[in-house]
Design a protein around this ligand. Sequence first.
Ligand SMILES: [Fe+2]
Length: 326
Amino acid sequence: MTATSHEETRVAAITTGLDRFKRSLRAGARTTRPYRFREPVWDSALVANAETSPAVTADMADFGYLPHECHGRPGVPDSLAMTGPVALLTSEGAQLLREIGQALKGSAVHNDYVVSHRIRNVETVSPFVHAMVRDAAFLRRVSALVGVPLIPHPLRDAGVQVNYYEPPAAGMRAAPVAKWHRDGMNYVFTMTLSDRDEYEGGDYIYYQGRPEGFDARPDEVTSAGSHHPDVRTAPFRRVGDTLFTRGSRVYHAVTPVTRGHRITLAVSLFCPLLGKQDENRFWHSAPDDGLLRTVNNWRHLHQAIRRPGSYCRREGIPILGTSNSR
Ligand SMILES: [Fe+2]
């Protein structure tokens, strides 16, 4: 793992205001190459068993949040901020997913919003991923990690994504940098599909504090990057290593890759018991998905929030219990 220079962690301002609106109008016009990879068949046996304690486990209080600011409701506490790296899949399962991630690259679009290339709505193009995120064993595994029941997110466009990070092409001046941001999603599982020795740079870094702390001094934090006393680096090492983050509440970024390739799978899930606490915002998705599509997606989300049981039945999603065991 290489040290990160100040220049590498410089970030551009995330899109806002008029730029967001313009992107929302353009987004629907993008097309991708068809995906023709002959995928393996998903099997529940590819879900990993629970292992020993992960290197990082932090509650919302560790990020400075007060109890009344946390998600949850009486009888359903929901205060985990981060845990990992953990294995959600066996090593065989992670390798299969890596091959799928590599094959999907041809269908990914250039993206200067957060990463270099990205494919959204992976559930729709990959039968393997579609089956994985609605497999009862997989959902039990992720739900047990967080302590609340989790199901595939109704905003399917943003639900499962594969992100591609690489150095700039020859002759290009600057690497596309991942910008410091918070996600719209509350429950985000980031799985690396690359081994750590396959790339340099590409550190997943996060701000250990409240968002206001970051917002009060963004230049100081972004210029110091991983050297800042309040910035931590997630210890991803092997293909399949997965970090859970409460993405909507924790500022995070990825430093530019300077050698090799880094691929990650991001799976965002939804808690049907706490649907009203979903933190997605319309204008967070619209620049990626386009205005009309986002309106439709929003209708779908609010149906799921109002009637989660019928949403699960319609989508073939297993309904799990409310175990709070981690
Ligand atoms: Fe993110």
